[in-house]
Write a protein that binds this ligand. Structure first.
Ligand SMILES: Cc1ncc(COP(=O)(O)O)c(C=O)c1O
Length: 562
């Protein structure tokens, strides 16, 4: 009842009042967005719906079971328990301390590039042909599906049909949702590589499926017990083959990977393709989540060499060679025989620093896309026409020279490389083990840092294994206790690793889960925020509190770069 009243008021109040602005349900925070020459102060309503990696949180005070008289099938499948989540808990900590260096959530805190904003304004005001303010084709606005089909024809070395092999969705999240809903029957299994992006688990459950976890093996650069180094996450193909059963209907691959930053190597991808071909049943499909494909900040050397060599070859189907437009990234669907077994999923949010645009897509063979096209109108009539038009206009502009780089994508990579190194050296100095990007390929905008011994020893003992309603198993293990302590006492917010692992994840010889050892730290933040975090990290092993942390940005950082 409470819930339906809330929805009713939301409907009646419409656009005049934020949907979440009743006193009990809302919190207004202040977010600073930086452009190259100005700083804009925005009021951001922070909503109370459960969400993943964004500015929102669930209200720990609302007992869902109280407010919904009878749970529907979907809520039952999720086993939603009313409790807070990692995102609500760390969202709360960020809100309570507005001066904290928030490296928690995965969204950039600056404006999209000017050409994308211009494309948005132009797209919104150009009504010469058809108003961009009305519904468009459910499976995707024609200008955008044509643009994407053209680009994927280059990526995948085959002609992609804009009207049959592309579907536009509300973010990559909805493309994943639609893919799973069209593929899974109750009882089917879906393989996830662990650690995994936490959204997948509940989406699989929503579809009636069961997640099956295949652990990636963490291989430290140095495995002697008295040093804590970074390392690599490696797929053992045997583990994958063992996990596949005749119920396996999908394998979710995410490269570049959230949370580790791993880029799956060509060999690993080929091993997945072999397993799909030779071990899995014919109806097993790979869902390849490639939302970070333009942020390959440390490209695999062999892929770069391959791309260089390809300049002198013509592809088999006679399509003229064109330089790669996302260098170092391997599209799983481009592997031999994999087009027909893959749904490629992506979105514009990470690439254009516009996670709120929420335009995503699925690309794949007609036999897999047709059910998605059929389902789409029952989920929503269409994704925002204005934003689709804006993206269709922005994409060609992104290929052009940008701020001294050969394209916007090159600029994006260089910017993220600098941010990664700024954060990486601070983490290193503070005593975390981090990947060595000269050795290990890396992408996306997270560092999955290993907790050093000295840092672990500093975590106040009463925080370790303390009750915490939001923590997995309601216990604040090492990763959680550290993040909570750093947020509350040291002025820097990162995300514990455990929500990215299953309960049965790999354990060490003492029976402690691997997730105890890591925290996820985002570097999609302004240099000022990263520098503020760096200053806070310097004091992490001192017995100083946040108030003594200096927030002054260092000169080394360009004032212009956000
Ligand atoms: C791996 C991964 N996939 C999908 C998404 C969701 O993307 P979107 O905002 O386009 O729905 C995210 C967002 O953080 C992500 O990290």
């Amino acid at each position: 009842m409470k819930l339906s009243i809330a929805f009713f008021s939301l409907f009646v109040l419409g656009s005049e009042v934020s949907a979440f602005s009743t006193p009990r349900q809302s919190t207004i925070t202040s977010t600073k967005l930086h452009t190259s020459n100005e700083e804009i102060q925005l009021d951001t309503s922070v909503d109370k719906a459960p969400c993943f990696d964004s500015i929102c949180s669930s209200d720990p005070d609302v007992e869902l079971s109280e407010s919904i008289p009878a749970m529907g099938e979907a809520t039952q499948r999720l086993g939603i328990s009313a409790g807070p989540t990692v995102w609500s808990e760390f969202g709360r900590l960020a809100m309570e301390n507005p001066s904290i260096a928030n490296l928690g959530q995965g969204f950039p805190d600056w404006l999209p590039p000017q050409f994308a904003i211009d494309a948005l304004v132009e797209g919104a005001t150009d009504v010469a042909h058809r108003s961009p303010h009305q519904y468009t084709r459910t499976a995707g606005h024609p200008s955008l599906v044509k643009e994407l089909a053209g680009r994927y024809s280059r990526h995948l070395h085959r002609e992609v049909d804009p009207f049959k092999e592309v579907a536009i969705s509300v973010g990559a999240s909805q493309a994943l949702y639609l893919a799973l809903q069209t593929l899974i029957k109750p009882g089917d299994e879906v393989i996830l590589f662990e650690p995994f992006f936490d959204l997948y688990v509940n989406q699989i459950k929503l579809a009636g499926g069961t997640p099956k976890f295949v652990p990636l093996t963490f291989k430290p650069y140095d495995d002697s017990p008295d040093v804590i180094t970074g390392g690599e996450w490696v797929l053992d193909p045997e583990n994958l083959e063992k996990a596949i059963t005749d119920k396996t209907r999908a394998i979710i691959l995410n490269s570049p990977h959230n949370p580790t930053g791993k880029i799956f190597t060509r060999n690993e991808m080929e091993a997945i393709a072999d397993a799909v071909r030779n071990v899995a049943s014919d109806d097993c499909v790979v869902l390849s989540d490639e939302v970070y494909k333009y942020i390959v900040h440390s490209p695999p050397i062999d892929e770069m060499e391959r791309e260089e060599a390809a300049q002198f070859e013509k592809s088999e189907d006679g399509l003229k060679y064109q330089p790669a437009i996302c260098q170092g990234h391997i599209h799983f669907a481009s592997l031999p025989g994999m087009w027909d077994r893959t749904l490629t999923i992506s979105s514009a949010g990470k690439t254009f620093s516009a996670t709120g645009w929420q335009v995503g897509w699925a690309i794949g063979p007609e036999r897999l896309m047709a059910p998605i096209h059929q389902l789409l109108p029952y989920v929503q009539f269409c994704a925002s026409t204005v934003i689709q038009e804006a993206l269709a206009r922005a994409l060609p502009k992104a290929d052009l020279p940008y701020e001294g780089y050969s394209s916007y994508y090159e600029h994006l990579k260089a910017m993220y490389t600098r941010k990664r190194d700024l954060l990486g050296s601070a983490l290193n100095e503070a005593g975390f083990g981090i990947p060595d990007y000269d050795k290990s390929p890396g992408g996306g905008f997270f560092i999955f840092a290993r907790i050093g011994k000295e840092i672990a020893d500093k975590i106040p003992k009463d925080r370790l294994m303390a009750y915490n309603a939001a923590a997995p198993g309601t216990v604040a293990r090492q990763d959680w206790a550290l993040c909570q302590w750093m947020a509350e006492e040291k002025g820097v917010l990162c995300i514990p690793a455990s929500p990215f692992f299953s309960e049965d994840c790999t354990k060490d010889e003492d029976g402690n889960p691997l997730s105890d050892q890591f925290v996820r730290i985002a570097f999609c933040k302004t240099n000022d925020t990263i520098q503020k975090a760096a200053n806070a990290l310097k004091n992490i092993c001192d017995d100083e509190s946040e108030s003594e942390v200096t927030n002054a940005p260092q000169e080394a950082i360009s004032a212009k770069e956000s």
